[in-house]
Write a protein that binds this ligand. Structure first.
Ligand SMILES: C[S@@+](CC[C@H](N)C(=O)[O-])C[C@H]1O[C@@H](n2cnc3c(N)ncnc32)[C@H](O)[C@@H]1O
Length: 183
């Protein structure tokens, strides 16, 4: 009986520690480095993918890839998809989902700060970050992306850039989606 109580206490303690670390990454660390973890809605992902007009074989990057849902949709279309995500729990979860769907050869998720990762290989970049983060990221996008690369931003514009089309908003569930071409 005592051993059982001891084991239950250990399990509860470990779960609490994991939950605290997860929350710390999800809310505080994510927020400080770019944006907290809020997954794009299913409708928004659909629209972002449609707006990107992805071609098989293209290199797609999601800066702050969250649970990896954009990466998986891109890979289903035959794209190479790279996710940069600071939250190790979300990195683990996205890799697991990619493996489950048999997409692990096309989907790579790195537990890295996207500010320290080169974007020069990207044909398409997805972002869903705070406006202030987009503003800081702009220099990096301008200096590293190849000409013609597309940048699709969920919800927030990139200050100083002019979207290629009017920001899309086709359903009540979806905020604005901004498409830019690197020139
Ligand atoms: C609003 S969520 C977007 C998730 C996903 N892109 C989507 O649209 O569903 C932003 C994500 O960026 C991650 N993040 C924030 N700053 C980051 C940084 N500097 N490097 C890597 N990931 C970052 C957060 O942990 C969070 O998961």
């Amino acid at each position: 009986m005592e051993i059982l109580l001891f084991l239950i206490t250990i399990v509860v303690l470990l779960s609490t520690i994991v939950w605290i670390i997860f929350s710390l990454y999800t809310v505080i660390i994510g927020d400080l480095l770019g944006a907290p973890y809020v997954s794009s809605s299913r409708d928004a992902v659909k629209q972002m993918i449609a707006v990107a007009r992805l071609q098989q074989g293209e290199m797609v990057m999601d800066l702050g890839s969250g649970d990896g849902k954009i990466l998986l949709e891109a890979a289903k279309l035959g794209c190479h998809a790279v996710g940069l995500e600071i939250n190790p729990f979300l990195v683990w979860y996205s890799r697991r989902r990619a493996k489950k769907l048999g997409l692990q050869k096309l989907v790579k998720v790195y537990c890295r700060n996207f500010n320290k990762y080169s974007l020069k290989e990207a044909d398409v970049v997805f972002i869903y970050l705070w406006p202030k983060t987009n503003k800081i990221l702009r220099n990096k996008l301008e200096s590293e992306l190849k000409n013609g690369a597309r940048v699709i931003s969920n919800a927030f514009p990139i200050e100083g850039w002019i979207p290629a089309e009017n920001p899309l908003r086709q359903s009540a569930n979806v905020g604005k989606i901004f498409l830019y071409y690197k020139t």
